[in-house]
Design a protein around this ligand. Structure first.
Ligand code: MF3
Ligand code: CO
Ligand code: CO
Length: 261
């Protein structure tokens, strides 16, 4: 993955716009989520909304990925490919939007409820969102990457859940995926120290059961090996002088997602 690219204030001003667009796109896409809607409909919306704003959907054509957004339902951990699959009452679905605006990337995702979902699904989604929030709260200069992984792992495992190992957060900026890798597990006090101007995602994937994943024959869709549920939230953040800026923060509550911060 190479060097960590430190962003100047001028870089951040540009990157902030890409991140705001990604967050706004997710807010609007969330309004489509209801039983009967296909994931292709979500894909078409994200694609058109992005193009109309002179931006590009980063997933489209990325390493051969065929669509403009990832839609990961129930046991799908990440990289679910939109299709004619209709959302069903009781599903949980992660929608992961990455926008490229003026050469900068913004990457954000949330897990939504389709109609009424089980208490078990709600609990998993709530803990997953808490994992992301706890991790964001750790971000400031001198914090180590291991501190981020440790707080996520501790919170997830203390609720009886497991942390996916095969997919990680990442530096982001002019490139979709830059150094460093941001593991969602690990030991506090270990790993790279954070520096002002670093920009990266934190995107914990938390499973009800086994942490292991396998990839379907489409070469993208990652699912839990036991078929149990997986949830994920993602923000793109910047390390500031004394803390963190959530570049993909939502300026309106997300519909179909009763967690908002
Ligand atoms: N948005 C995902 C991430 O958070 C990456 C998706 S890669 C794609 O890093 F090709 F599937 F879009
Ligand atoms: Co990401
Ligand atoms: Co993403």
């Amino acid at each position: 993955m190479g060097n960590i690219f430190i962003k100047s204030d001028a870089d951040l001003a540009e990157m902030r716009e890409a991140c705001k667009l990604a967050a706004r796109t997710l807010i609007e896409a969330a309004k489509l989520i209801e039983p009967g809607v296909t994931t292709d409909t979500i894909n078409r919306f994200v694609h058109d909304y992005t193009i109309k704003r002179n931006a590009k959907p980063a997933p489209l054509g990325y390493r051969g990925y065929p669509k403009s957004v990832c839609t990961s339902i129930n046991e799908v951990i990440c990289h679910g490919i939109p299709s004619d699959r209709r959302l069903l009452e009781g599903d949980i679905i992660n929608v992961d939007v990455t926008s490229i605006l003026n050469g900068w990337h913004g990457d954000v995702s949330a897990t939504f409820f389709v109609g009424e979902v089980s208490d078990a699904a709600k609990a998993l989604v709530t803990v997953t969102r808490e994992c992301l929030n706890l991790a964001i709260d750790k971000v400031k200069p001198r914090t180590r990457l291991g501190d981020i992984g440790a707080v996520i792992q501790h919170h997830a495992e203390s609720h009886g859940y497991s942390v996916v190992r095969d997919f990680v957060g990442h530096g982001i900026g002019r490139h979709f995926h830059e150094a460093p890798q941001v593991l969602h597990f690990g030991k506090s006090g270990r790993g790279q120290r954070l520096l002002k101007g670093m920009t990266f995602t934190i995107e914990p994937m938390i499973n009800q059961g086994d942490f292991r994943s396998r990839i379907l024959d489409d070469d993208w869709t990652a699912v839990t090996i036991d078929g149990m549920l997986s949830a994920q939230f993602e923000h793109t953040i910047a390390v500031t002088d004394d803390g963190v800026e959530v570049l993909t923060a939502f300026d309106e509550p997300l519909l179909n997602c009763d967690i908002f911060k």
